[in-house]
Design a protein around this ligand. Structure first.
Ligand SMILES: [Zn+2]
Length: 338
């Protein structure tokens, strides 16, 4: 491996050649390759993190290009999954590291296998359900993770080191009720705040990997429009069900079939009871009589009436222009017979 590429980073007093070697040996999983995840993946790949797993369930949409910095119009036109598009881009940036794209929905049945072999997990998600699941899996397996979130002009981040710091359930006990919190579809988001939070998460990752004593121990809260920056010291909650009680409610609810409304896209995702490899050619042949079908090796798209169904090789589907989960389930069973 050529170290010339990292020379400016190695000149930094707290990294040097030793730190760079540690960075090269590090294995990191990024869960969610959207606004935060693309910034983090770009930073860590350029910094030389030796192994980066990119996990995302979604594909590139036009409205992503405003803030999801690894994607371009070609990725959108090719209808690439986000993790595959990001990996393609990063391999052109740094061919000396290993970038592993995984196109999947993170759920209780697969989260531990996605994180158990890495040193650090990065939060690039946009919802509490997945964060609580990551928190359960990371605390149970003693794997550090870095929480991050952004909305409007505000962002927050915190390092969660099991056994040392509070976990996320110490300070956010429950998932907010539907309609109680703003989402990216209601409040919007500026690309500058997702960039800033992604960069904060990234620098904490480098500090963790290199064993720096300067690892942040506070929760940061930033509003770039209102010019505020706060660092808040949080304590572990002795009543926390996860890090004090060792109960993992989100991980243990081994739900195998469910629907999820996707943030900001008037879409519903369906994960079927049984997953398995889907033969796109066979399905396309059947569905072309019912509407327009197109597919590549990553996904199949089917258009009929006002909705658009995107099917992934494991049987998962995203149905667009539908906001009722039951209608989505009906469409899924109507066209896919499950
Ligand atoms: Zn806790």
């Amino acid at each position: 491996m050529s170290l010339e590429r990292y020379s400016r980073q190695m000149l930094f007093y707290d990294i040097g050649q030793h730190g760079q070697t540690l960075i090269g040996k590090a294995k990191v999983a990024i869960i969610g390759v959207g606004a935060l995840g693309t910034v983090i993946a770009n930073n860590l790949a350029r910094a030389g993190v030796g192994y980066i797993r990119l996990v995302d369930r979604d594909y590139v949409e036009l409205s992503n290009l405003q803030r999801q910095t690894l994607f371009d119009e070609q990725d959108f036109n090719e209808r690439l999954p986000k993790s595959a598009a990001a990996a393609r881009h990063l391999k052109r940036v740094n061919s000396e590291i290993h970038v592993d794209p995984v196109v999947t929905d993170v759920n209780p049945s697969n989260v531990e296998s996605l994180i158990s072999d890495v040193d650090l997990v990065m939060d690039g998600t946009d919802n509490f359900e997945t964060r609580f699941l990551i928190n359960d899996a990371c605390v149970k397996n003693s794997i550090p993770w870095i929480y991050g979130a952004a909305l409007g002009s505000c962002g927050t981040t915190m390092n969660i080191i099991p056994g040392q710091t509070p976990c996320i359930r110490c300070f956010i006990r429950d998932i907010p009720s539907p309609g109680k919190v703003q989402t990216c579809s209601s409040a919007g988001v500026l690309n500058m705040i997702t960039g800033i939070v992604g960069c904060y998460e990234s620098v904490e990752a480098l500090k963790f990997i290199t064993g720096s004593p300067d690892l942040n121990t506070k929760m940061l809260y930033i509003d770039i429009w209102k010019n505020s920056f706060e660092a808040i010291k949080l304590e572990r909650d002795t009543g926390c069900p996860v890090c004090s009680g060792n109960t993992y409610e989100f991980l243990d609810s081994q739900v195998r079939s469910y629907t999820t409304k996707l943030c900001g896209s008037n879409s519903v995702q369906i994960v079927p009871h049984k997953t398995g490899r889907i033969n796109f050619e066979e399905i396309a042949d059947r569905m072309k009589k019912l509407g327009k079908v197109e597919y590549n090796s990553f996904l199949l798209k089917f258009y009929a009436g006002s909705f658009e169904l995107t099917l992934f090789p494991d049987g998962r589907a995203i149905i667009k222009n539908v906001d009722d989960e039951n209608v989505a389930k009906s469409i899924y069973s109507e066209y896919l017979g499950i």
